[in-house]
Design a protein around this ligand. Structure first.
Ligand code: SF4
Ligand code: SF4
Length: 162
């Protein structure tokens, strides 16, 4: 599989699993989708993922310092949400053995009530699927480098592994 095929497969894996068995957006008013003061929210796209948004009528792509960003307005067709939205608020990292792992993204703590509760807060089916998606992508060179770059970015705010 090439890079985009792997991303599409990872997106499909994460099409249905959600952090809780019930809608966690009820807890917080879907805070992770809330637009900022400019009325927009930014989500980093994985390598090549922007190709899936060329005809997108509900968001636009801008250059980010780390990766292209999808700027949405707080709502989207669920089946079209970017990969990063599907694994939020988890984040890729490496464990001590160098294997791909995950942890709660510390950047989510300001908005996400689940992220303050640690691993116990998540549906195991969700966490397991996120792990599978990260492992799938970690097999491919470009995506492995991107996962590591993502982890380095997040490590500036590092917290213990899940
Ligand atoms: S901020 Fe956290 S609890 Fe709220 S919708 Fe997003 S993932 Fe769920
Ligand atoms: S793209 Fe969709 S899921 Fe992601 S932040 Fe925007 S509205 Fe929320």
């Amino acid at each position: 599989m090439d890079t985009l095929q792997l991303i599409v497969t990872a997106r499909e894996l994460l099409a249905d699993p959600t952090p809780l068995k019930t809608d966690c957006g009820i807890l917080c008013g879907a805070a992770c989708c809330a637009p900022d003061e400019d009325g927009q929210g930014g989500v980093w796209l994985f390598p090549g993922e922007e190709a899936l948004y060329r005809e997108c009528g509900w968001a636009e792509i801008v250059n980010g310092d780390f990766a292209p960003m999808l700027l949405c307005r707080g709502t989207c067709p669920r089946g079209e949400r970017p990969l990063a939205c599907r694994f939020f608020p988890l984040s890729p990292c490496r464990n001590a053995a160098g294997q791909i792992a995950m942890r709660v993204d510390r950047r989510s703590r300001a908005m996400c009530p689940l992220s303050r509760s640690g691993r116990k807060a998540f549906d195991p089916a969700f966490a397991g699927t996120v792990r599978s998606a990260f492992r799938l992508m970690d097999r491919e060179k470009t995506l492995r480098a991107f996962l590591d770059a993502w982890a380095r970015k997040e490590a500036e705010f590092a917290q213990p592994f899940l």
